[in-house]
Ligand binder design. Structure first.
Ligand code: HEC
Length: 153
């Protein structure tokens, strides 16, 4: 009886392994798709920010930016071209490729952009924090492109 048990155990192990591989590839397949199918650009363009453009929001956005974004975009939002493959200069909306409406910026941050801008939806989970980032980034723009500052509550 002992001798028969081992092959059965081995077969079980192999089957479990195979199952694991199939499941893992399915899951990573879904993740790979998620990056670009989270929200279309058209859908994003229609989004309205629930967080008004206030000094407080911009300052919250600044601290989230300092923790998550400076390694590629630099402390001032201008790209660190030497460090990471052409991170967009966030201070100049004319150079942007993925849209400059509030919803489109939100989408670039949440879902990532091209292959090089990572998606932040798992690191920055609070919706409001993503919108604070949107507000902060817009505050880096030339005055003519910035939204009008709302009165703080
Ligand atoms: C690992 C490096 C890296 C990090 C970290 C990073 N970015 Fe980016 N980001 C990039 C690159 C590279 C691009 C340009 C993508 C492209 O080629 O279109 C980009 C593009 C963008 C864009 C789109 C600009 C456009 O052209 O429309 C926004 C908005 C943006 N980043 C915001 C952020 C914010 C906010 C954070 C922090 C939460 C952040 N990024 C963190 C590398 C990074």
């Amino acid at each position: 009886m002992r001798k028969r048990a081992f092959p059965v155990f081995l077969a079980g192990l192999i089957l479990t392994g195979l199952f694991g591989i199939v499941v893992t590839s399915k899951v990573s397949g879904i993740n790979a798709q998620d990056k670009n199918s989270g929200m279309s650009r058209e859908e994003a363009a229609k989004l309205k920010s629930p967080v008004p453009y206030t000094k407080e929001s911009i300052s919250s956005g600044r601290s989230i930016f300092m923790r998550n974004c400076t390694e590629c975009h630099g402390n001032d939002g201008k790209s660190m071209v030497d460090v990471i493959a052409n991170a967009t200069d966030l201070t100049d909306p004319k150079l942007w490729k993925h849209g400059t409406s509030e919803g489109e910026i939100y989408r670039s941050i949440r879902d990532g952009a091209a292959d090089t801008m990572p998606a932040f939806q798992t690191q920055i989970r609070k919706q409001d924090d993503l919108w604070h980032l949107v507000n902060f980034i817009r505050s880096l723009w030339p005055e003519s492109h910035r939204p009008k500052l709302s009165e703080s509550k």
